[in-house]
Design a protein around this ligand. Sequence first.
Ligand code: SAH
Length: 250
Amino acid sequence: MTGTVYLVGSGPGDPELLTVKARRLLEAADVVLHDRLPGPELLAEIPERKRVDVGKRVGGERTPQAAINGALVAHAREGKTVVRLKGGDPMVFGRGGEEAAHLAEHGVPFEVVPGVTSAVAAPGVAGIPVTHRGTASCVSVVTGHEDPEKPESDVDWAALAETGGTIVVLMGVRRLPEYTAALCEAGLDGDTPVAVVERATWPAQQVATGTLATVADEAERVGVSPPAVTVVGDVAAQREQVLAFLEGEP
Ligand code: SAH
């Protein structure tokens, strides 16, 4: 009997932000294929004997996607219950779509188990709503392409500047100077508020704030590194207001 593969979102990293279903499946799994994005706290909760790290960079090279796809099929064909654990939500910049297609093609039963995406959660825990009445009625989630495997940017920054609303950039630490400049060139005000939220919900969470004109320098000053989410738009300024409240919390 072929086992089932569960494409599971881990949420942004705080183990309490796992769904009840994800927790149950992690307990039931014979094998868990993961990368580093679920974060150290969550990964430490999974027994070593079940864990296969497919995110490791061997000699600077990431495990190729084809090898991960192959491993999912192979484990399932051994009759195992397989969890493919992905940071955030598996279908948001997580290659969950490719893995689902591969499993379908090979006749392996699978299920998608959504997770809390960092695109919304990272701004949220930093006190930034991605939409806000009167300020932002739409939100665009885009890639900043910090992944060296994808050198081309297919994001139309000028169109995004034109659309307005909130822009949430994933994988966007290394190219921060480039796309903040591109958005300014496309007509967004240099004073547009920006926040960069690193390791949201991990113990080492940190936030850099500024404007389109200043945030790249500020992120460098505080030493922001991946994973981090960049939020561009007036909502980023909400943080100051919300912080006063959050800091008043017990
Ligand atoms: N599927 C994931 C996104 C994968 S792409 C999701 O839904 O969240 C990887 C990018 O996600 C990182 O480069 C970063 O931009 C973002 N990310 C994931 N977890 C994060 C976290 N805890 N804090 C900040 N950014 C995070």
